[in-house]
Ligand binder design. Structure first.
Ligand code: DO4
Ligand code: MG
Length: 298
């Protein structure tokens, strides 16, 4: 065995990365060494072990090498969120577009100044988003509240952070949000952000270093077979570093099973847009894939 726990005959390089898809009975792991080949692992892997491992990539490498069968596999089927007992948190107002949209929605209530201040302040906005049981997966439904009149998805690059505070991977997050409720009063944020179906993660967890700032995040929203919104941004537009956001999250806060941290949205549709039931939201981030969900009213 080497220092990571991986058997020595396995040629594991530090720059290798893995994609992990989560089904109810197994995980499927793909390595950059063998794209298109998936290791079907029923026992010997757990997201809690991954998020608490001193070397998460070494943990995946050891499982990839030592467990399960290689199978052919269609990644475009429904999956559970790639999560064990991790909490999901989110950062807000990390892109200029989010600051401006938030200021517009909160202007009437007089709450706009807080968004401007937090965009500039050393301390970022961080909020609790979901427990694991509330996180939806790929091709599952996401929710809009029955007491909300103005709703949007928020496509967000989402960090996987170990219990030691180390960023070791990433996935796609959808921070579903009620703009009517948050806009009425910023103190309603938990109701605008935390409700049934307000969070989706997936389609897989990528265990790798964070990608380059040129990485694009894009979204499309389809209604009755027609595209009603599309948008694109890149990681280069974010105001804060991932280390800064993770550092603030872990300040005076212990995560025994690690955490996911959504890093904020850089895409907000114009004020005239709101989601409707049966809309299909597809969020794509280079190197991860596409997270697709249909909207339901909850
Ligand atoms: O302040 C509200 C939340 C903003 C947010 O979720 C975002 O910028 O992504
Ligand atoms: Mg957000």
């Amino acid at each position: 065995m080497d220092g990571t726990g991986a058997p020595l005959f396995f040629r594991y390089h530090r720059d290798m990365s893995f994609r992990i898809f989560n089904s109810s009975t197994a995980v499927f792991i793909e390595s950059t060494e063998a794209p298109g080949l998936f290791r079907h692992v029923e026992t010997g892997f757990s997201f809690n072990e991954l998020f608490t491992a001193p070397d998460p990539a070494g943990y995946v490498a050891a499982v990839y090498n030592g467990a399960g069968e290689e199978v052919s596999f269609n990644p475009d089927i429904s999956y559970q969120a790639p999560i064990g007992d991790q909490e999901v948190w989110a950062a807000g107002v990390t892109y200029y577009r989010s600051r401006t949209a938030r200021m517009e929605e909160a202007e009437t209530a007089g709450g706009d100044i807080f968004y401007d201040k937090v965009y500039e302040a050393p301390r970022p906005e961080l909020f609790f988003k979901a427990t694991a049981a509330r996180a939806r997966g790929h091709l599952d439904k996401v929710g809009i509240r029955s007491d909300s009149t103005w709703d949007v998805p928020e496509p967000e690059f989402t960090l996987a952070i170990s219990s030691e505070g180390k960023i070791f991977g990433h996935t796609i997050g959808n921070d579903m949000s009620s703009r009517s409720i948050e806009g009425e009063n910023p103190l309603y944020l938990p109701q605008a952000k935390n409700y049934t179906g307000s969070c989706a993660l997936g389609p897989c967890l990528v265990v790798a270093d964070s990608p380059s700032p040129a990485t694009t995040i894009s979204i499309t929203i389809a209604r009755a077979g027609r595209e009603v919104f599309s948008g694109e941004t890149s990681l280069s537009q974010i105001k804060r570093s991932f280390e800064e956001l993770a550092g603030y999250l872990f300040r005076s806060n212990h995560f025994k099973n690690g955490a996911y941290l959504m890093t904020g949205t850089g895409i907000v549709p114009d004020s005239s847009f709101t989601l409707e039931v049966d809309d299909i939201v597809s969020i794509t981030i280079e190197g991860i894939g596409t997270l697709r969900n249909t909207v339901e009213r909850v």
